[in-house]
Design a protein around this ligand. Sequence first.
Ligand code: SF4
Ligand code: SF4
Length: 132
Amino acid sequence: MKLSREVIHTEDKRKLQDISGEEILSCYQCGKCSAGCAMTSAMDLLPHQVIRLLQLGQVQEALDSKTIWVCASCLACSARCPRGMSLANVMESLRSTFLRPGDRCLNPAEIPYELLEIVPEQALVAAFRKYT
Ligand code: SF4
Ligand code: SF4
């Protein structure tokens, strides 16, 4: 792929930075975040590789990775980053971005009555928080 200003500085990337509050370009790819992450054996991309994709404007590729769901939000990467970037915030903003589109909303009217009778209230509250 040919890199250009248009490819790298996308609207999706700007939104992601707004949601996470992190400056993606401040990462200089030292890898300390990935070296300290306890979940890497289950990830398809290492945490610093997710950041690299975002730096290159490849937001969809980052959204498609298993890594964002494997991340346990333990904050070890954030504590280790010499640039003061919270990669955990970036992971959370990627998850939020993935869940935001309307087609992933949970419609209360579509939940079967039989299910409502047996599902714990807490599970419903959690589901509505995620899928709205
Ligand atoms: S520790 Fe920080 S600067 Fe180093 S690769 Fe990870 S996010 Fe980038
Ligand atoms: S917050 Fe996520 S990416 Fe960061 S060290 Fe923990 S599991 Fe790994």
